[in-house]
Design a protein around this ligand. Structure first.
Ligand code: FDA
Length: 311
């Protein structure tokens, strides 16, 4: 109940343009500014610098250029170009070749055919340089459109890509089966968006129970699943299930977000698990940042301290 309230509150705040203007001015202004806890920087170069340090500590990476819900195809084209440049920069930097993209940033909401085209342009360049491209999942109105777009590129022979499914959403169990039968990879998350009760579990216990059910399915019937969570109970359930079924550590990976539960990230690497960190960057960081606050309201204290520190 508290979880749902906190998500609603922060998602409402995320729509405030004056708060966004204020936060954008101070949140990343200095190396110590509050948003830097969760965002690797405003530029690709800053993100690559942060990524190098993460890779040096034995972790894998996926880089994400923040931005979502654009309203013109010109913006979708600009985002596509940013990803094409990012691939070149990652290649030149010699770091892990993996990026995450958001369909609405590439035009899904405006023209699905243009979005498919933009994704294919990214996948083509990615493929020629041996990159993997993860397609993030946004809120429920976009799930079917995202899976349709994904099926379309998959059926055209693109294999250097995978999707994300959210255990909070009722349909995720069926989607996990369908995507796995196609032969594609899934990143399993709980779901970052506030969704209505008609389509998604509202109680944390139900979201967690679905997460464990889908994790078990993906570990046995999926293809190199990514278990993306900071929840020690989900991680322990995965380790225990892998041990019970004799699934080797190179058949799946754990994933966490930049700046969250770094203690757990380090511990998993020390135990010999594959651990990938999602490294977001860019000027459009406000909605992503607000979702992170909604997941753990204690983060607000940390932000307030940061704002007082700016003065
Ligand atoms: P849960 O929210 O239950 O948190 C478990 C524990 O983790 C907390 O008790 C706390 O210790 C810690 N924690 C979690 N969030 C924290 C935070 N913000 N600050 C500090 N501590 C925190 N979602 C989506 O809808 N579409 C997507 O494409 C993706 N992609 C994605 C990639 C990767 C690599 C990750 C790790 C996550 C996503 N998500 C996502 C986000 C995901 O859906 C979910 O919102 C967050 O991971 C939080 O859920 P947990 O599984 O961590 O559990």
């Amino acid at each position: 109940m508290l979880d749902a309230l906190s998500k609603s509150f922060f998602h409402a705040l995320a729509r405030s343009q004056s708060l966004e203007r204020f936060a954008s001015r101070v949140g990343m202004a200095k190396p110590t500014s509050f948003a830097r806890r969760f965002i690797a920087g405003e530029t690709a170069d800053e993100a690559i610098e942060a990524a190098r340090a993460i890779q040096a500590s034995g972790m894998l990476l996926t880089l994400d250029q923040l931005g979502e819900s654009i309203t013109t195809l010109t913006e979708a084209e600009a985002a596509t170009q940013v990803y094409l440049t990012l691939i070149e920069k990652i290649r030149a930097a010699g770091i892990d070749r993996n990026i995450s993209i958001k369909p609405t940033q590439l035009g899904l909401d405006i023209d699905a055919a243009v979005c498919v085209d933009n994704v294919k342009r990214i996948l083509d360049v990615a493929k020629s340089h041996d990159f993997f491209v993860r397609i993030d999942m946004e809120n429920t109105p976009y799930i079917q459109k995202t899976l349709d777009m994904f099926s379309s590129v998959w059926s055209q022979g693109y294999r250097n890509t995978g999707v994300v499914l959210q255990s909070a959403v009722f349909r995720a169990e069926e989607d996990a089966k369908a995507v796995s039968k196609m032969g594609a990879r899934v990143r399993l998350v709980k779901g970052a968006y506030k969704e209505p009760s008609a389509v998604a579990y509202q109680a944390k216990a139900d979201v967690d129970a679905a997460y464990v059910r889908i994790m078990k399915y993906l570990m046995t019937d999926g293809h190199y699943p990514a278990i993306a969570t900071h929840d020690p109970r989900m991680i322990d359930a995965t380790k225990a299930f892998a041990a019970e079924k004799g699934i080797p550590k190179d058949r799946y990976e754990f994933q966490m977000l930049y700046g969250i539960r770094r203690d757990l990230q380090t511990a998993l690497v020390a135990e010999g698990y594959r651990m990938r960190v999602y490294v977001p960057f860019g000027k459009q960081w406000f909605p992503y940042f607000m979702r992170r606050l909604g997941e753990r309201p204690a983060n607000v204290g940390f932000v307030l301290k940061g704002i007082f520190g700016e003065r």
